[in-house]
Design a protein around this ligand. Structure first.
Ligand code: 5AD
Ligand code: SF4
Length: 451
């Protein structure tokens, strides 16, 4: 155990602001625990923190500009309060911009990349002495092993099993900011999962940029795929649900598909990004799957798990995308009937091949396509929710709702379900789904225990 009285000049309170994907949420939680292990407490709600960590995302839009304006805002609030908060920039913008942030923002004390944040404690120590530091290494040594044990665990917990990406889709910065694909060791993950469950997790979501590319070795040296890891986690008595995200169509294995029909705790939900329904665009994106091969893959999941909820990611306005090609994406959506999906306007990322491709699409065209795409996706999501009305399922209660007395949980298909009855975080209840809105359902308690 480290000391709990920080040396002079050290921050007493911190706040971590995470943007972007679930990996960042996980990293943000790990950084918070690391700071707490060093005796720094979370800043009370509504109060300025001595140390602010901006855990940034670089995947779309004007991410970098947003970071600079956030830094400005924190400094301004500090000046008003007569303080000079310590600022750390973490995450993918830190990785991509590195020293540039240090040059442009003298108020930033630390820049730390996603593969180096286990060293944040030392950097804070240096910053307390007025020393600024940048660490955007992608070391081979295990970041995870250097992190403190998990203490606070929500009923639905994340577990990063894989990081990085070797796919090099032509629009995407992830291979540059998160580095090459690596899998965390099997034995380490089993231990971390057990600890999560002991600490109260009832659902574990396995995370990775290409989670289904995860591979490990068991104690006899035999190779294990993601399905093997899931089957092992299925044996943890107090764990009730298993999920994983995000997958790549090319890394899907027959074993993982089969697991959806065989492993009771594996939830009937699959997030499988497709990006476009046009084979020409998919090729230009370097996706190395076609619309047809993607649809065939989904059919296999539906064969083993007919009720599976399907989700995806879409990009509209990739350079050169014609109206007819965009309509192929709409046709793919009509064929799949997603339960939910994420959709984005193409955003050129400096240093990626697509950023300099010819045929960049005008903003108005992208706006129009995104609107039409989201109308289709919204229609299907509402229909998916409506089809569940009148049925009974298990719901894991995750948090209070916005209205007093309201509770919010998740169905097996990852739908948000609201309750007006008195419940508690971590309850797994049997509920009737009584009405459906575009993005959530209302539930009525049938029994205070799962099926
Ligand atoms: N522009 C728009 N969307 C992007 N995504 C990744 N890179 C870009 C980009 N440059 C989307 C993809 C990916 C999701 C995480 O973000 O749909 O699956
Ligand atoms: Fe980016 Fe493609 Fe890798 Fe996904 S698979 S992280 S979109 S490069």
């Amino acid at each position: 155990m480290k000391q709990t009285t920080p040396p002079p000049g050290s921050p007493r309170t911190y706040r971590v602001k995470s943007f972007g994907c679930q990996m960042n949420v996980y990293d943000g939680e790990r950084m918070a625990e690391l700071l707490e292990a060093d005796g720094i407490a979370p800043a009370p709600e509504g109060e300025d923190a001595d140390l602010v960590v901006l855990n940034t995302c670089h995947i779309r839009e004007k991410a970098t500009e947003k970071v600079y304006s956030d830094i400005g805002r924190i400094e301004k609030a500090g000046r008003k309060a007569g303080k000079k908060p310590m600022i750390a920039v973490a995450g993918c913008v830190a990785q991509a911009e590195g020293e540039e942030i240090m040059k442009r923002s003298p108020g930033v004390g630390m820049v730390v990349g996603p593969q180096a944040y286990h060293r944040l404690g030392d950097m804070v120590g240096k910053a307390a002495k007025g020393e600024r530091s940048t660490d955007t290494d992608m070391p081979e040594d295990a970041k995870f092993a250097a992190l403190p044990a998990r203490r606070k665990v929500a009923p639905s917990a994340f577990l990063t099993v894989q990081e990085g990406c070797d796919k090099f889709c032509t629009y995407c910065v992830v291979p540059y900011t998160r580095g090459a694909e690596i899998s965390r060791p099997y034995s380490e993950l089993l231990i971390e999962a057990e600890k999560l469950v002991e600490a109260g997790a009832r659902e574990i979501t396995l995370l990775g940029q290409n989670v289904n590319a995860w591979s490990g070795e068991d104690d006899k040296g035999r190779s294990v795929g993601l399905d093997g890891l899931i089957r092992q986690l299925d044996k943890l008595p107090d764990l009730q649900r298993i999920r994983y995200t995000t997958s790549h169509p090319n890394d899907m294995t027959p074993g993982l598909i089969a697991a959806h029909g065989e492993v009771g705790k594996l939830m009937p939900y699959l997030h499988l990004p497709v990006q476009s329904g046009s084979d020409r665009v998919l090729k230009a994106m370097n996706r190395s799957h076609t619309a047809e091969s993607y649809l065939k893959l989904l059919d296999k999941f539906r064969e083993v798990r007919p009720d599976i909820a399907l989700s995806g990611d879409f990009i509209v306005g990739f350079p050169g995308e014609t109206e007819a090609e965009f309509e192929e994406t709409l046709a793919l959506i009509d064929a799949v009937r997603y339960s939910s999906a994420f959709s984005f306007k193409y955003s050129p990322r400096p240093g990626t091949p697509a950023a300099t491709m010819e045929g960049q699409i005008a903003a108005e065209v992208m706006d129009d396509r995104l609107q039409r795409l989201q109308a289709s996706l919204g229609r299907d999501q509402h229909a998916f929710n409506t089809a569940k009305v009148g049925t009974v399922c298990d719901v894991l209660i995750e948090r209070k709702g916005r209205r007093p007395g309201q509770w919010l949980g998740k169905s097996p298909w990852l739908q948000s379900v609201f309750f007006e009855e008195e419940l508690a975080i971590g309850d797994m209840v049997r509920a009737e789904l009584v009405s459906a809105g575009p993005s959530s359902l209302a539930g009525r308690l049938v029994e205070r225990a799962p099926a």
